[in-house]
Design a protein around this ligand. Sequence first.
Ligand SMILES: Nc1ncnc2c1ncn2[C@@H]1O[C@H](COP(=O)(O)OP(=O)(O)OP(=O)(O)O)[C@@H](O)[C@H]1O
Ligand SMILES: CC(C)(CO)[C@@H](O)C(=O)[O-]
Ligand code: BAL
Length: 272
Amino acid sequence: MRAFSSGLHRSGKTIALVPTMGFLHQGHLSLMEKGNALADHVVASIFVNPTQFGPNEDLSAYPRDEARDLEMTRRTGVDAVFMPDVQQIYPHGFQTTVSLKVLPNHLCGLSRPGHFDGVATVVAKLLGIVMPQVAIFGEKDFQQLAIIRQMVRDLDMGIDIVGAPIVREADGVAMSSRNMYLSADQRRSARCLYRALKAARQAVADGETDADTIIRSATSRISAHPEAHIDYITVCDPRTLDDMPVINGPALMALAVKIGAARLIDNMILTP
Ligand SMILES: Nc1ncnc2c1ncn2[C@@H]1O[C@H](COP(=O)(O)OP(=O)(O)OP(=O)(O)O)[C@@H](O)[C@H]1O
Ligand SMILES: CC(C)(CO)[C@@H](O)C(=O)[O-]
Ligand code: BAL
């Protein structure tokens, strides 16, 4: 991988990196397309990173389909796919963790302790190995994007971190590899996340400024589905992720909901 990137650097070509955990869908492909527009070459990585999964999470169940993923990347104009195994990324004796002090103390970081240490560490390694000028991340994982931006700034990595909008299915459900855990009924229930976000956006556009009111209304919408278990619903400052009790400027509404075996996340900017 290093030799490939060094060759491109020597010939003055730029590289965009799109890190993924595989089982690709149109959301991932949109990041790769963006990479194509921003750099001469696109590298995608596919690595199901064990260190970002908690002990009772779905590491062993996480869906994989290498052949299909490679075919999809080929059709999307990706120049190289970096698909290391766990020993290559974490060889015997590996001992470094990249850990942020503040941004992980919100949203998913609270329900997934250690998750963002795993994410920041593996992304630092992927950036170090692939040496891209640009790396692209989805806004679906809004907190992850914020954390990576902060890490790259803090560690002077000099890489442009670019966000890409959430790609949704026709019924509004955000695309996610984990949607495949859902039964047909659960998949229908999953629409309640986007519907709750849209209702919140409308309420704020219509003049509601009280975050508690917005959160209560989303909670009752989502709780109407017996299979949906809310992990969190938050209205916060999109830069700091601090709670924003009064919506007096653009606010991030973010939520995580467990439906069956899937923990789904989604978010939207609410603009007064
Ligand atoms: N629907 C989507 N729209 C835009 N970007 C997405 C979407 N889903 C995932 N991404 C982005 O793709 C990158 C890789 O994410 P990942 O492989 O975890 O995909 P995922 O489908 O979200 O899987 P998971 O089920 O683990 O959340 C991340 O930057 C993520 O934000
Ligand atoms: C960025 C990432 C590839 C790091 O493992 C992962 O968290 C993901 O798929 O969003
Ligand atoms: N989409 C972030 C990867 C994870 O959920 O572990």
